[in-house]
Design a protein around this ligand. Sequence first.
Ligand SMILES: C[S@@+](CC[C@H](N)C(=O)[O-])C[C@H]1O[C@@H](n2cnc3c(N)ncnc32)[C@H](O)[C@@H]1O
Length: 244
Amino acid sequence: MAGFDDPAFYGDRWAAVYDEHHRQMNPGPAVEFPAGLAGDGRVLELAIGTGRVALPLAGRGITVEGVDASAAMVERLRAQPGGDSIPVTLGDMAQVPVSGRFGLVYLVCSTLFGLLSQARPAECLASVARVLEPGGMFVIECFVPDLARFDHDQRVQARTVTEEAAIIEVSRHDRVQQRVNTQMITLDGQGMPLRPVAIRSSWPGELDLMAGQAGLQLAERYAGWDRRPFMSASDGHVFVYQRA
Ligand SMILES: C[S@@+](CC[C@H](N)C(=O)[O-])C[C@H]1O[C@@H](n2cnc3c(N)ncnc32)[C@H](O)[C@@H]1O
């Protein structure tokens, strides 16, 4: 697999700037939610990245492990205090390449949508079901697709403009593939680094169907980590699937 289809592609292209770009995102609520469900069992974060969520969770005494496809992202995790003590398997989260069972698996930041065909998230859900203990839970945070973001299936957005630089996001949407290819472009007078992202988004109903086929049942769904109700206008959701 190459380019967007390579599981390591996103992380390898973003690792150097990932923490800086996500500095404003408070991990607190995303830590609190799995912390409340973890109990004493093993917990697994798919796409653990630089440990933005896993490190504070481990800091609360919870036994967290991780999977990530990008060695460059995991190197950043290792460089942080406590980052050396979290076991991480390098590999594709669609296959969940770990041994043993977990009471809780979680996947944040809409990263499930980084699996770029319908078959890939379906494979991921089936793989998670395989590593969950009976009654174990899979917590996923995703956005709800919003087609109104696009004008004739394209969008250009000024993300940041300062005295020294501008960050512009350029996207194209493919309605049939449910896919968006984006470049985040930094203009700072020194160069024009490109940060590519591709996603294939799913509506909640498609995810529930895939989960059901994997033997996972929807146990809870909220509009956010604070458990506010999920409604028609909600732009994101946190849902909990449970293995029978
Ligand atoms: C948006 S980051 C999220 C990182 C972290 N969970 C956080 O909340 O900051 C996405 C992560 O997913 C990883 N990733 C993307 N596709 C993957 C795949 N197929 N298998 C495993 N990891 C993947 C990337 O390497 C990157 O570390």
